[in-house]
Design a protein around this ligand. Structure first.
Ligand SMILES: [Zn+2]
Length: 399
């Protein structure tokens, strides 16, 4: 009996999560002896909203999807920030699958699914990280998504540059400790704030930061002062999760709380904010005395990036559908100025059309004849790679 409406690893790998037309295609190809050698590439036509670039995420799952499938798979390293188009307006090939089409047609649906959602989340996370201007950003959004995908969501948020995640399994997959404060329910159960904060301090391991939630019953200023007076030096921070109906000018509320805490000598108490955070609020509040953000649905429900997979060669001959460029290609990136250029596959080296430096061929071989041959970096390493690139990218005007 299927209690939860999710597919198992085996069902995904065996093609049961495929759109039916691919399975019919496989049947026809096999019956008619047409299992031909193809080059298929994955690229993006349009990015969501008005994004100028995306963070490629989901490569590790893609590699495990293709493990044991008799094809070769090349991809940009996971975490690569890719532009919508190269310098000449050409779509950048992000993944390339080479082999007999019938060998992988049944996992084409899953291939895109692994990449589209994770890359959307990682890109939304990277954008928030950029807007937060170095302040801490934590992913709190798994409660709004199907629990079966919470590890994927947390990993994608972390890879995109987030500093921590609230999910236990997600944090385990990443190799970090889950981050969190306390829910309003704890305070309501105790009936008063001070008792709840004290109980938290008495029960929870001392390695966990003491961050008191300060908007349950009273004004943030008075609850914030009470939290500081209750836990004194043990209090690491307070969290303002002010509901929309009470927000007024949230930045002004935060400034006021900071002032009152400092006035009483509680300069060490950090201020975290959460509740309905999006790009605009993070951008605005990052200008104020906020130390960290808890970002929920904005990240976990990020728009998917609509990648598509297209055949560009059959039996060594360039061929593609209308609207797509045929032939195997090479994506290059300049390591000095991050300009991208796509060339036909037979080009062996090029200079950057922008700055003249050497360009780097960006596809890496991950699978050869069904065997994993590429290195799968840890989420920490991928995140560092994203943050290094992120310094070089800017965001379009949000207004
Ligand atoms: Zn350059």
């Amino acid at each position: 009996m299927r209690r939860f409406h999710i597919a198992t690893d085996e069902e995904i790998k065996s093609g049961l999560t495929s759109d039916i037309y691919y399975i019919r295609t496989k049947e026809i190809i096999e019956k008619k002896n047409m299992n031909r050698e193809v080059v298929a590439e994955i690229s993006v036509g349009k990015l969501p909203r008005n994004w100028e670039w995306g963070v490629l995420c989901g490569i590790e799952e893609l590699v495990y999807l293709y493990e044991g499938v008799s094809v070769d798979v090349f991809a940009l390293p996971e975490g690569t920030i890719f532009p919508k188009r190269d310098i000449n307006g050409i779509k950048v090939p992000l993944v390339e699958i080479i082999g007999r089409y019938g060998n992988f047609v049944s996992i084409e649906t899953a291939t895109l699914g692994f990449l589209c959602q994770a890359s959307g989340v990682a890109t939304a996370a990277a954008r928030i990280k950029k807007l937060a201007k170095g302040k801490e950003v934590l992913a709190f959004g798994i409660r709004r998504m199907h629990p079966a995908i919470s590890p994927m969501l947390d990993r994608a948020a972390y890879v995109g540059g987030f500093d921590g995640v609230s999910g236990i399994l997600g944090a385990k997959l990443i190799g970090i400790k889950p981050a969190g404060t306390m829910p309003h329910t704890l305070i309501l159960i105790f009936g008063d704030q001070a008792s709840a904060w004290k109980a938290f301090d008495e029960v929870i391991d001392p390695s966990v930061p003491r961050i008191a939630l300060v908007d349950t019953m009273w004004d943030e200023k008075y609850e914030g002062i009470l939290a500081a007076e209750t836990l004194k030096n043990k209090l690491n921070g307070i969290r303002l999760d002010t509901p929309g109906s009470r927000k007024g000018d949230f930045l002004e509320i935060i400034r006021e709380v900071r002032w009152e805490l400092n006035l009483r000598g509680y300069n060490h108490v950090k201020i975290y904010v959460s509740g309905g955070m999006d790009e605009k609020t993070v951008k605005t509040l990052a200008e104020g005395p906020v130390d960290g953000f808890g970002v929920g649905t904005w990240i976990s429900n990020a728009p998917t990036i609509d990648f598509s997979m297209d055949i560009v060669e059959v039996e060594g001959k360039p061929i593609s559908k209308r609207g797509k460029l045929s032939g195997r290609k090479k994506p290059w990136r300049c390591n000095s100025c991050y300009t991208w250029k796509v060339t036909p596959f037979n080009i062996d080296s090029i200079k950057c059309p922008n700055c003249g430096n050497d360009m780097i061929f960006m596809l890496r071989k991950y699978i050869e004849g069904g065997k994993i041959v590429g290195v799968l970096e840890s989420p920490k390493e991928i995140r560092e790679y994203v943050l290094k690139q992120l310094e070089r990218y800017s965001l379009e005007d949000l207004d």
